[in-house]
Design a protein around this ligand. Structure first.
Ligand code: HEC
Ligand code: HEC
Length: 383
């Protein structure tokens, strides 16, 4: 009986043992915390991942995203703040959002925009959305990804006129950036993570809710009015003259698909659409020095086209009517490097007034009001 241990004794013994284990664990984890804390200034680096399927609609498919810059709630929000923050410019006067305005599909309603010190941009400010699906950026396609791209407007003397050391210094001294760079990347503010945050924000700018997108690829025809439907046939029909009248205007080769933009660069993703005989802006030729690239520009998406006037790389057309008149009546057949789809054997499309109105009605169905007012893309500093 001497060595018998009763039930109560066993419990006490077990409890002591358990307490011991807990104590060891607590000491161990608190040491690890200290280790982490010495690496980062605080221990808040636990970014929340965003699922690509929550950002990109099934109809568009999941685009190829940069594997070294996963989308996170904190990264995207940091990018959104940076996009709308004038501190990115030399004199804190201009943000990305000063030229890329949400209500105009992130374009600017003027032929050329005003940057720092009142200087003008050389080209028209393009609209911004569905960039996750693009492989080349700028009118002359000179940049391959959004992360590299952001350094151009920031440093261009006629846009934000900023230097990178000065910008990094500014960001490091702003409390919200100290907090958010740490939350998103686990570091103090620096320009590399800045470019990644802007990339994340821009990748999430997706426009897919226009009536056109609900109609596409043609299974909900009842969504379109009869004029829009006739416009759809013109837009998506091949040029085919019958007694001088064509029932197709062939826009789709270059502006086709649910993104209203040819993604395959060699199939109309860039082109000379016959604006000029003499190219004062060389376009792609200024980048690759090829004579065949003279006057060649990136084919823009036509989604939200109602909102992104004026049109073309130099903003020369104020209205969609002027654009349609160009394609119908004014294509310069003598333009060097004119895209073969533009010349129709040297005959102008000569669309009737009704056909022009139908084509325009179809283009207007591409407006996505949800995108234009989506609070996820709005200026976070304006509440
Ligand atoms: C002063 C006006 C202005 C500011 C400020 C500005 N942009 Fe732009 N943005 C333009 C113009 C003009 C172009 C076209 C330039 C070209 O193609 O040569 C452009 C082109 C772009 C494009 C290419 C779009 C495409 O589809 O090819 C992106 C992306 C972009 N800007 C993002 C930004 C970001 C991000 C910022 C802030 C860091 C910014 N922009 C600041 C005027 C501006
Ligand atoms: C061969 C390819 C091609 C075809 C076909 C084509 N476009 Fe374009 N489109 C372009 C290119 C390239 C641009 C930009 C040109 C520039 O700015 O120099 C453009 C620009 C536009 C713009 C202005 C976009 C903006 O954001 O400024 C509109 C609108 C437009 N096209 C509508 C049409 C319509 C409507 C048709 C059919 C009648 C059509 N396009 C046929 C290549 C094409």
């Amino acid at each position: 009986m001497k060595f018998s241990i009763n039930h109560q004794q066993i419990q006490v013994f077990a409890k002591a043992n358990w307490l011991f284990v807990v104590l060891i664990l607590v000491t161990f984890t608190s040491c690890r915390k200290e280790d982490d804390a010495s690496k980062n200034s605080t221990s808040t680096y636990v970014p929340t991942p965003i699922l690509a399927s929550d950002v990109f609609p099934r109809e568009f498919g999941i685009p190829a995203l940069p594997s070294d810059n996963p989308l996170t709630v904190e990264g995207v929000y940091l990018g959104r703040m940076l996009f709308f923050d004038p501190v990115l410019s030399y004199d804190s006067s201009i943000s990305c959002g000063s030229c890329h305005k949400q209500e105009f599909a992130f374009s600017d309603p003027v032929p050329v925009s005003s940057g720092a010190f009142g200087l003008k941009t050389h080209r028209n400010t393009p609209s911004l959305f569905n960039m996750a699906y693009s492989k080349k950026f700028f009118w002359d396609l000179r940049v391959n990804n959004l992360r590299d791209l952001v350094f151009e407007p920031i440093q261009a003397h006629n846009e934000m006129a900023m230097t990178l050391p000065r910008l990094e210094g500014k960001l490091k001294n702003i409390a919200r950036y100290k907090e958010y760079f740490n939350k998103a990347f686990g570091h103090a503010p620096n320009v590399v993570d800045m470019s990644k945050a802007l990339e994340q924000f821009m990748l999430t700018m997706v426009s897919y809710q226009s009536r056109f997108n609900r109609f596409f690829p043609g299974d909900s025809i009842q969504l379109l009015s009869s004029s829009e439907l006739r416009g759809a046939f013109l837009f998506n029909g091949l040029v085919n003259f019958n007694n001088g009248v064509t029932n197709g205007a062939d826009c789709f080769h270059c502006h086709g698909g649910e993104l209203a933009q040819q993604q395959n660069l060699n199939m109309g993703g860039f082109a000379n659409n016959g604006l000029d005989v003499v190219h004062t802006d060389k376009g792609l030729a200024a980048i690759d020095n090829k004579s065949t690239s003279l006057g060649v520009f990136k084919t823009p998406s036509l989604l939200n086209i109602e909102k992104s006037a004026p049109y073309m790389h130099d903003g020369r057309f104020k209205t969609l009517d002027e654009v349609i008149d160009h394609y119908s009546d004014n294509v310069n057949f003598n333009s060097p490097n004119l895209h073969p789809l533009m010349d129709h054997g040297g005959i102008h499309l000569n669309l009737s007034a009704q056909q022009k109105a139908d084509l325009k009605a179809y283009l207007l169905s591409m407006t996505d009001n949800k995108f234009l007012t989506n609070p996820a893309y709005s200026n976070p500093f304006k509440k």
